[in-house]
Design a protein around this ligand. Structure first.
Ligand code: DCT
Ligand code: MG
Length: 417
C-alpha cells in the first residue's frame, strides 16, 4: 500500500463511496462478496473487484492498466487456453459463457443464479460451483500454472507474434522476452521488432482520454486532405469501454469514388512528421460481384492500415485521473506508442462497415449466425444479402440493417455481450 501511495495511487483503508477499485489478495470471490454484504455494499456495479495482480501491474507502468484482464475471470482463461491450442469449439463455448457473465446486471452468488441464462453448460456450471465453494477452480488454476500456457500467452502478447511463432520459440526453449530479444538466431519481422520495441506502451492499454485525443488528431489529419470525410470512432471505445488494446476508426467520404486516396495522403503526412512507429497499409480487395462471405469470422476487404502511432502526451487531457504524481522517467518521455487501426469504406457500405467494426467480436459472430440461421440472409462488413429473394438489401444506417434483420435496434454500448 505504501508503494502504491508513493507511485501516486490514492489508497483508502476504509470502504467509502469514493472507492473505485477493490483489490483482493488470497480471498475467494465468495469471501469478498460476503464481506461486501456485511458492509452493505452488495451493489458491485459501483466499483471494480480486482485481483492484486492488477495493482502490481499498474504500479509497474505507473498508471492504471486495463482492468478487464485482471478480473477473476475463469472462463476467459479457459477460452484462451483452448484458443492457444487451436481448439475452437470449447474456446467459443467458454467465450460465450464469459461474455454473458461479464455483462450481467447482477452478481452470481449461487449456482441457481445461472438458471435461464444462455450458454451455461454443465461444464460451466461445475466451474462456477467450484469457485463459489472453494474460491477457485482447479481446472483454471492448472492452466494458469502451466508453463507452456504462460510462455505462449507472454509471447502472443507481443504485437506481431502469433501462435505459430510463439510455439516455435517455446520449442526452442525460450521462456522470457529478454531471451527472445537477446537471441541472435531469431529472424524477427518488422512488425515483431516494433512490437518488442514498444512492448510496455502497447501492453499498458489505451485510456479513454488517449482515445479521445487520438480521435481529434486523426479527424484533423484526415479532414486536412478531405474536408468532407467522415471519421468515426469504432471498436470497443464506441461501445463505451474505458480502455482498449487499440483505437479503431472508420473513414468514408460521402459522394466520392476516390476515398482510397486519403489514407495514402494521411500516412505520408504522418510519416514526414515522424509519428509512425510502425504501419502496414493494405489495399482494398473488394470485388463487387462476390456474394457476402459465408464465413462467420472472415476478414473484410476494405483498404486499411494497422499503425503504431506516436501519441504526444501534451495532447492528452488527464482530467480526473487517479495518478497525480508522474515518475521522473515518465516526465522525460512525452509520448506514448498506441495501436491505431484505420479502415476506409466506400460510402454506400458505410453502415455495414460501421456495424462490423463496432464489435464486439462475439456480438458480430452471433448477429451473423442469427442472419444465416433465422433469416436466410448473409451479413458481413460490406453488405446484407437475402438468399430467399436473391437480392442485396441496402442500408444507410445501422438502424436499417437491424430493421432488415427484423430486430430492434441495439445500441453500441449494449453490444458487449
Ligand atoms: N473486426 C472485424 N474484422 C477484423 C477485425 C476486427 O470485423 N478483421 C471487428 C470486430 C471488433 C471490432 O472490429 C474491433 O476489433 P478490436 O479492436 O480487435 O476489438 P475491440 O472490440 O475494439 O476491443 P479492444 O481493441 O479493446 O481489444
Ligand atoms: Mg479496438
Amino acid at each position: 500500500m505504501d508503494l502504491a501511495r508513493r507511485k501516486g495511487f490514492r489508497v483508502e483503508n476504509e470502504l467509502s463511496n469514493s472507492v473505485t477499485h477493490v483489490v483482493a489478495e488470497n480471498n475467494s470471490c465468495a469471501e469478498i462478496l460476503k464481506w461486501l454484504q456485511m458492509h452493505n455494499m452488495e451493489d458491485c456495479s459501483r466499483f471494480r473487484l480486482l485481483d492484486i495482480s492488477w495493482l502490481t501491474a499498474s504500479m509497474e507502468v505507473g498508471r492504471p492498466v486495463d482492468p478487464e484482464k485482471y478480473h477473476l475471470d475463469a472462463f476467459e482463461v479457459l477460452a484462451e487456453n483452448y484458443e492457444l491450442r487451436g481448439n475452437d469449439g470449447p474456446c467459443l463455448a467458454f467465450r460465450r459463457a464469459a461474455s454473458v457473465l461479464k455483462f450481467l446486471p447482477f452478481t452470481i452468488v449461487r449456482v441457481n443464479d445461472t438458471e435461464g441464462l444462455p450458454w451455461m453448460r454443465d461444464q460451466v456450471k461445475t466451474i462456477i460451483e467450484d469457485i463459489i465453494e472453494d474460491g477457485e477452480s482447479s481446472r483454471v488454476t492448472a492452466v494458469l500454472n502451466n508453463e507452456n500456457y504462460r510462455s505462449i500467452k507472454l509471447f502472443t502478447s507481443v504485437f506481431g507474434v502469433g501462435l505459430k511463432t510463439s510455439e516455435k520459440w517455446y520449442r526452442m526453449g525460450l521462456r522470457t522476452l529478454e531471451e527472445v530479444k537477446s537471441n541472435k538466431d531469431l529472424k524477427l519481422t518488422r512488425m515483431q521488432r516494433a512490437g518488442l520495441l514498444h512492448y510496455e506502451d502497447l501492453l499498458s492499454y489505451v485510456s479513454k482520454e488517449e482515445a479521445d485525443s487520438a480521435s481529434l488528431f486523426v479527424k484533423e489529419s484526415v479532414q486536412k486532405f478531405s474536408p468532407s470525410a467522415l471519421v468515426t470512432l469504432t471498436g470497443g471505445f464506441r461501445r463505451g469501454k474505458t480502455t482498449g488494446h487499440d483505437v479503431d476508426f472508420l473513414i468514408t467520404v460521402p459522394g466520392s469514388r476516390q476515398e482510397e486516396e486519403v489514407l495514402h495522403l494521411v500516412i505520408d503526412f504522418w510519416k514526414k512528421q515522424g509519428l509512425l512507429l510502425y504501419y502496414d497499409l493494405i489495399e482494398s480487395t473488394f470485388e463487387k460481384t462476390k456474394l457476402p462471405s459465408r464465413k462467420v469470422d472472415a476478414f473484410d476487404h476494405f483498404q486499411k492500415c494497422f499503425i503504431i502511432l506516436k501519441l504526444h502526451k501534451g495532447k492528452v487531457d488527464h482530467g480526473s485521473s487517479i495518478i497525480s504524481v508522474a515518475s521522473a522517467e515518465e516526465e522525460k518521455k512525452d509520448w506514448k506508442a498506441i495501436r491505431v487501426d484505420l479502415v476506409v469504406s466506400p460510402f454506400e457500405q458505410y453502415a455495414f462497415a460501421l456495424l462490423g467494426w463496432s464489435g464486439s467480436r462475439q456480438f458480430e459472430r452471433d448477429l451473423r449466425r442469427y442472419a444465416t440461421h433465422e433469416k436466410k440472409m448473409v451479413l458481413d462488413n460490406h453488405a446484407l444479402y437475402d438468399k430467399t429473394k436473391k437480392l442485396f438489401l441496402n442500408a444507410a444506417s445501422e438502424e436499417e440493417i437491424f430493421a432488415h434483420l427484423g430486430l430492434d435496434y441495439i445500441e453500441p454500448w449494449e453490444r458487449n455481450a
